[in-house]
Design a protein around this ligand. Structure first.
Ligand code: ZN
Length: 137
């Protein structure tokens, strides 16, 4: 038996052409064809909806707690016990940044900010000690 549509040789028990998908058992093709194309359209709509939902899902992802802790400690280190909290904030932010890149949690920007602030505090403290500003105060 050959497919009347594309001419592919088929087993006699095939209902649909294995090459082009056309119905080859003699039954009326149209209802099935309409049905299957409707199903395809629905599937495509579903896929589109899922794709549209993905960014939303990413936006509702939780912030990494290590990132938040590191960032907060870096901010606090600007004001108090800078020589301890600065390094702690920078290190926690760096750990958080690594976790965020592995878990797809939110907080990459916050982690980078925490690292920069923590390092800036350390640098300012080092310069302060070196110049005697901090130790004199
Ligand atoms: Zn065919």
């Amino acid at each position: 038996m050959k497919c009347p549509n594309c001419g592919t040789e088929l087993n006699n028990n095939e209902t649909f052409c294995t090459n082009c998908g056309k119905r080859v058992d003699g039954a009326i093709d149209t209802p099935t064809g309409v049905e299957s194309s409707n199903t395809n359209t629905e599937n495509k709509v579903e896929e589109t909806v899922q794709q549209a939902n993905q960014p939303v899902a990413a936006n509702t992802a939780k912030y990494n707690s290590t990132v938040i802790t590191g960032f907060v400690i870096s901010i606090i280190s600007i004001f108090i016990i800078s020589i301890i909290l600065g390094p702690v904030g920078a290190v926690l932010s760096a750990i958080g940044l690594k976790q965020v890149s592995e878990t797809n949690e939110k907080g990459k920007g916050l982690a980078i900010a925490g690292i920069i602030i923590g390092i800036a505090v350390i640098v300012i403290m080092v310069i302060g000690y070196a110049t005697g500003i901090v130790s004199n105060s």
